[in-house]
Design a protein around this ligand. Structure first.
Ligand code: ADP
Ligand code: ZN
Ligand code: ZN
Length: 669
C-alpha cells in the first residue's frame, strides 16, 4: 500500500488553522489515525515534540515526500473535546461542499495572539441575582420531562421536537431537562435566536443556574468568544447559551443541545460553509452521544416532516402555562373591503375601534408591520422611476425623510430635490415603513404615547433593551415595529396586537414565503394576552383567503403543515426533495453569464437524466455592489447526488483559469 500522510494543525487554540503541516503516518499506528485524533509530532528546526490534531488524510502529499517527517505516535489523550469538533468540521465540509479549512475556521474560532485582556466574564449577566424560583411544571410539561428523562437514562438519543403554543412553558421544560443532564456531570448548549438573547430570557436561565452559565452573543469580540470557549474546555462552566456559533463550544462531556425557536432563519449561516444549526446540532449530538431537543410554537416544515417520519420524537404543549392566560382571539380584516368602503387609512375601521378601546382601558398595544422585502422607497410621479442604488439592483430606502440608503451596500445620498432620471420635482415616498406608521398613529390617536422599534431606533448599543424595557414598564401605550418586536418578549400588559399588512411577505421570491408568513403571524398573535387579561390579534390583509393567513388566524399548525407540505410535494421543493442553489457572481457581467451557461450545459449533460435542473436565472437581486449574480437550481430526492454535482462543478471550476475572476457559492437546502 502507498504511504499515507496526515495534515495536522498544531495547538489549535493559538495558531491559525490555515497553517497545516503534513506528516507521514508510520504503518504501525495507521489503524488508530483518523480525523480528529491527537498525535505527537516533531516540530520546527529543533524537532521539539508537539501535539497536534489530524485534520485530513491523503496518499498524495503537497510537499516533497523526502522532506516529510513522521508522526511520533498517538497522544496519550488522543480523543478530546476538540476531536469531536474536528470530526464535525469534516462532516460539514462533505455535507455543505466547503473546504476543510473553511469548515475548521467555523468550528474552531482562531485566537489571534493578543495582549493580555483583563478577564471580566459577561455584561449581560452582571448584576443579575441567583434566586432559584422553581415553577411547578403542569401535567403537560411534566409528562414531556418524564418521557425525556426516562429515555435519556436508557441511552435513547432520538432527537425530540417540542411543538408548544406560544407561552406554553417550553423554557421551563428546557430547564427541567438541563437540570437532569447537569446532575449527571454533563454539559449543555442552549441556542436561542440572537434577538431573544436579551435580559429577559438570559435572566431566567441565570436565576435558575447562576454562575454555571456562560452567555455568548454576537457582540463579543473573537477574543472574548475564545475566552468563553476556553472556560468551557476547562470545565469552568456547564451551560453555554448563545446564538448559532455557541454550538461549537468545546465541552468535554456534552450531554444535551437545545435549540429554541428552531424555525428561526438566523440558524442558517450566510457564509461558507452555509450550514444549518439544526442539522449540525443533529450531527454533533450523534458524535458526542448527546441528546438534541428542538422547540417552537411554529416548527419549521423540515423539522415537522422529520417528526412525522419518526426521525424525531414529537411532543406537544397545547395550552398556555400561566394560570388564567388564554390564547389570543384572532380576527382577520379584508383590506379590499376597507378600500371599497372608502377608508384610505392604513388602520381599518375595526383596528381603529380596538385601538381606541385599549387606550381607553389603559391596556397596551403592539403594531407590527411585516417588512420583509418591503420598505419605503421614493419614486417619481412624472416618469414613474424609483430612485435606485447605482451599484445594486434595488430601490433606495427613505430614512428620516432626509437620506436615501441602500440596504445592500450602504450607499447613501441626501433625499434629492429633483428626479435623477427626468429632473421632475415630483418625487414622493411610497410604501409604509415604521416611521410612516408612527406618524399616522400619532395623527389618529394624539393622546397615545408611542414607541418605535426598528433598525433606526436600535442601531445604538443597548437601543433594543431600552425600548423593550420602557415598554415593559408601561412608559408607552403603543409599540410599533418590524418582526423584531414579535420574537420572544413577554409583555403581560399587551392585549391587542395589530398586524398592519400580513401579506407583504407572501410576495417574497422564496419557496418558503408562506411558511415565513404563517410563522410571523402566529408569533405576533402569541404576543397578545400573555397576562391575566385576554388578548386579541387583528390581522389586516389583502389576501384573507390564503391558507397561511387562514391557518394562522385559526392558530392551527397541523392544517398549515398539511397545505404547505402538499405545495412542497407538488412543486418539488424541500423538504419533499433536496435542493442545491449554485450562484456565480462577478463584476464582468458577460463573463459571469457565459461561465454560468457553460456550467448549466455541462451539469445538464452529465446529470440531466437524474436531477431536475432549473436555470440559470438572475438572482432575486441581480446586481449588488456592482457585482452581477446568476443562480442555477438543482433538485433531487437523494442528497448524495447533489453533493456529486457540486463536487463535479467545483473540480471543473478549479481547473478553469477564467473562473478566477468570479466566485462560486453553493447552498444546500
Ligand atoms: P414559551 O417558552 O413556551 O413561550 P415560557 O416558558 O416563556 O413559554 O412560559 C410562558 C410564561 O408562563 C412565563 O411567564 C412562565 O414563567 C410561565 N410558566 C411556565 N410554566 C409555568 C407553570 N408550570 N406554572 C406557572 N407558570 C408557568
Ligand atoms: Zn422622473
Ligand atoms: Zn447599493
Amino acid at each position: 500500500m502507498a504511504d499515507q500522510y496526515a495534515s495536522i494543525i498544531i495547538d489549535i487554540s493559538h495558531e491559525d488553522v490555515d497553517r497545516v503541516f503534513q506528516y507521514r503516518i508510520p504503518p504501525a499506528i495507521l489503524p488508530q489515525i483518523r480525523v480528529g485524533v491527537q498525535v505527537c509530532v516533531p516540530f520546527g528546526s529543533g524537532n521539539r515534540t508537539r501535539t497536534g490534531y489530524v485534520v485530513e488524510l491523503t496518499d498524495k502529499p503537497d510537499y516533497d515526500k523526502e522532506k516529510i517527517k513522521e508522526i511520533i505516535g498517538v497522544a496519550e489523550k488522543s480523543i478530546t473535546a476538540d476531536t469531536r469538533l474536528i470530526e464535525l468540521a469534516w462532516w460539514m465540509k462533505e455535507q455543505y461542499g466547503s473546504t476543510m479549512n473553511q469548515a475548521l475556521k467555523t468550528v474552531l474560532p482562531v485566537k489571534k495572539k493578543v495582549k493580555a485582556r483583563n478577564k471580566k466574564i459577561v455584561e449581560t449577566v452582571a448584576g443579575m441575582t441567583e434566586c432559584p424560583s422553581l415553577v411547578l411544571l403542569n401535567s403537560e410539561q411534566q409528562s414531556i420531562a418524564d418521557a425525556f428523562i426516562t429515555s435519556y437514562d436508557s441511552g435513547d438519543r432520538r432527537p425530540c421536537l417540542i411543538h408548544g403554543v406560544t407561552g406554553s412553558g417550553k423554557t421551563e421544560v428546557y430547564m427541567a431537562l438541563i437540570d437532569h443532564v447537569l446532575q449527571q456531570g454533563k454539559q449543555v448548549i442552549v441556542l436561542i435566536p440572537e434577538i431573544a438573547l436579551t435580559y429577559q430570557t438570559v435572566s431566567r436561565f441565570y436565576s435558575r443556574f447562576g454562575s454555571r452559565i456562560c452567555v455568548m452573543h454576537s457582540r463579543l469580540s473573537a477574543g472574548e468568544k475564545c475566552d468563553q470557549f476556553e472556560r468551557a474546555r476547562n470545565g469552568e462552566t456547564d451551560i453555554m447559551i448563545g446564538a448559532r456559533s455557541a454550538l461549537f463550544t468545546p465541552f468535554p462531556n456534552l450531554g444535551l443541545i437545545i435549540i429554541d425557536e428552531e424555525h428561526e432563519g438566523a440558524y442558517k449561516s450566510e457564509t461558507t460553509p452555509r450550514y444549518h444549526a439544526r442539522e449540525v446540532a443533529e450531527k454533533l449530538a450523534e458524535l458526542s452521544g448527546a441528546a438534541l431537543v428542538l422547540g417552537s410554537a411554529t416548527p419549521s416544515v423540515e423539522a415537522y416532516a422529520k417528526a412525522e417520519a419518526g426521525i424525531y420524537r414529537l411532543f406537544t404543549l397545547t395550552k398556555r402555562a400561566k394560570v388564567g392566560s388564554e390564547m389570543a382571539a384572532v380576527e382577520v380584516v379584508d383590506l379590499r373591503k376597507e378600500m371599497e368602503a372608502g377608508n384610505k387609512s392604513i388602520f381599518s375601521g375595526r383596528m381603529q375601534e380596538l385601538i381606541r378601546d385599549r387606550l381607553q382601558k389603559q391596556e397596551q398595544i403592539m403594531l407590527f408591520i411585516n417588512r420583509r422585502g418591503y420598505s419605503s422607497f421614493v419614486s417619481c410621479r412624472s416618469c414613474g422611476e424609483a430612485v435606485k442604488c447605482p451599484h445594486c439592483d434595488v430601490s433606495l430606502t427613505l430614512h428620516n425623510r432626509q437620506r436615501l440608503v441602500c440596504h445592500y451596500c450602504g450607499y447613501q445620498i441626501p433625499m434629492p430635490k429633483l428626479c435623477p432620471n427626468c429632473g421632475s420635482p415630483y418625487l414622493a415616498g411610497f410604501g409604509i415603513g415604521t416611521q410612516k406608521i408612527e406618524e399616522m398613529a400619532a395623527q389618529m390617536f394624539p393622546e397615545a404615547k408611542l414607541l418605535r422599534m426598528d433598525l433606526d431606533t436600535t442601531s445604538k448599543k443597548g437601543g433594543h433593551e431600552k425600548i423593550l424595557s420602557a415598554f415593559a414598564k408601561g412608559k408607552a401605550d403603543i409599540l410599533i415595529g418590524t418582526q423584531m418586536i414579535v420574537k420572544g418578549h413577554d409583555f403581560p400588559g399587551v392585549t391587542l396586537v395589530g398586524v398592519l399588512a400580513a401579506d407583504v411577505s407572501l410576495y417574497a421570491p422564496d419557496f418558503a414565503a408562506a411558511e415565513r408568513t404563517f410563522q410571523l403571524l402566529v408569533q405576533a398573535a402569541g404576543r397578545a394576552g400573555r397576562g391575566r387579561k385576554a388578548g386579541t390579534a387583528l390581522i389586516q390583509t389583502y389576501m384573507p383567503e390564503h391558507y397561511s393567513i387562514q391557518t394562522a388566524a385559526a392558530q392551527d399548525y397541523a392544517a398549515f403543515y398539511r397545505q404547505e407540505m402538499g405545495y412542497r410535494r407538488l412543486m418539488h421543493y424541500p423538504p419533499a426533495c433536496h435542493m442545491l442553489c449554485m450562484q456565480v457572481a462577478g463584476e464582468d457581467e458577460e463573463l459571469m453569464s457565459r461561465i454560468m451557461e457553460a456550467i448549466a450545459a455541462s451539469v445538464k449533460k452529465h446529470f440531466g437524466e437524474t436531477a431536475e435542473i432549473i436555470g440559470p436565472v438572475p438572482a432575486p437581486v441581480y446586481k449588488v455592489h456592482d457585482i452581477y449574480r446568476k443562480i442555477l437550481y438543482m433538485k433531487h430526492e437523494n442528497y448524495d447526488i447533489l453533493i456529486k454535482i457540486q463536487k463535479y462543478v467545483k473540480m471543473r471550476w478549479d481547473e478553469t483559469e477564467r473562473c478566477k475572476k468570479l466566485t462560486l457559492q453553493c447552498d444546500f437546502t
